[in-house]
Design a binder for this molecule. Structure first.
Ligand code: ATP
Length: 353
């Protein structure tokens, strides 16, 4: 299968090199026949083609089986008329990647103040408060006067139903517990619709227990007792914030892998940003992108019924646990190694498994 790999900005190139080595190794080991296609987006593409992303790149991605997108300096990309398009939004919208699956779990050797936990945030990815993906053209954030701005939040039955289905399906493979996160006490119409849709979907999953929390209270619950939660489903912005918190509670944002999945395509992407504060220093944690790549392999394995792809995801998960246990990791999670050395050890470990 063909996988497009885009290193992105900031720590992207260093971590994507490791990710590429890991995929090459697991492909050789389990006969995955992966073909890695290396492309550019973000600042590199802006310099070379005058745009952070191009229609040609989209065509390449559509012709492939999956995409791994590195972190993007989204904050730098302000004016689409100058080619400054947010690549993350571009792929999520163009490929209709509506489900952003963001797991977070603790590991015995990673220092954290939390009780052990293992949860997944399922975040809607194509509407909500994200003004750049709510409308067919333009942007749903409006500057009314120099001193007045309005942001519109779109919530639709279709998007709520499909994200709820993703969450309940996932919960069936886990502890069969779904928590709905919302602000229906204030956003009565939009989050009311979200809750109604989740209740409708829940009827098809009688084995799954359901509870719900208002988003602000949820922050307290997740900090106090993250072990209470299994699968959490929520709208776009709430999911973005909550999943950064859960990744950090697990020990480091550098452990935060994620998958953006639609019905036809999927994109692995670390939950964090481009981390310019640590870029180019060989200290970034590569496990977020390794985990994202492994989630993509798992998605491909399920979609095309390829047991060796499912096996590959399991190998990578086990090797991650073992590497963390052996402290063959970066400093943010208690190790002493640089990004490259962490990757080299990981690849050696995979080969001997
Ligand atoms: P951006 O503007 O691209 O969102 P940011 O620095 O505002 O970048 P993040 O990139 O998400 O936001 O980083 C938040 C914090 O987490 C930073 O201090 C960063 O160094 C740290 N961090 C993010 N990713 C990693 C990683 N892979 N390994 C170690 N630390 C990380």
């Amino acid at each position: 299968m063909k996988i497009v790999m885009i290193p992105g900005d900031g720590i992207g190139p260093e971590t994507m090199t490791v990710c590429s080595d890991v995929l090459t190794t697991i492909s050789e080991k389990l006969d995955l026949h992966l073909e890695l296609i290396h492309e550019i987006a973000g600042h590199d593409s802006l310099k070379k083609y005058g745009s952070t992303v191009t229609e040609q790149l989209l065509a390449t991605v559509k012709a492939a089986d999956g995409l791994i997108l590195g972190p993007m300096a989204t904050y730098d990309f302000k004016d689409e008329t100058k080619g400054e398009i947010n690549p993350s939004k571009f792929f999520r919208k163009k490929l209709d990647l509506y489900a952003n699956i963001r797991p977070a779990r603790t590991y015995p050797k990673v220092p954290t103040k939390m009780n052990p936990f293992d949860l997944v945030v399922v975040r809607e990815n194509t509407e909500g408060f994200y003004a750049d993906r709510n409308v067919e053209s333009g942007n749903s954030e409006i500057l009314v006067t120099p001193d007045v701005g309005i942001s519109l939040r779109r919530i639709t039955r279709e998007c709520c139903i499909r994200i709820a289905k993703s969450a309940f399906e996932l919960a069936m493979t886990r502890k069969k517990h779904v928590t709905l996160v919302h602000k229906a006490n204030v956003l009565k119409i939009t989050d009311g619709l979200f809750l109604d849709c989740c209740a409708e979907v829940a009827k098809s999953y009688p084995e799954v227990t359901v509870d719900d929390h208002i988003v602000d209270a949820m922050m307290a619950h997740v900090v106090r007792n993250p072990e209470r939660f299994d699968t959490i489903v929520t709208t776009n912005m709430f999911g973005d914030i909550l999943s950064d918190l859960t990744a950090e509670l697990s020990g480091s944002l550098g452990l935060g892998g994620s998958l953006n999945a639609g019905d036809h395509y999927a994109m692995g992407q670390a939950a964090h940003g481009s981390a310019p504060d640590i870029a180019g220093q060989d200290i970034a944690n590569p496990f977020s992108i390794i985990t994202s790549a492994s989630m993509l392999l798992n998605w491909l394995g399920q979609k095309y019924q390829q047991p060796n792809y499912l096996q590959a995801a399991k190998y990578i998960a086990r090797a991650t646990e073992q590497a963390i246990d052996a402290l063959e990791v970066t400093r943010d999670i208690g190790g002493q190694l640089g990004t490259k050395a962490t990757g080299d050890c990981f690849v050696r470990r995979l080969r001997t498994m």
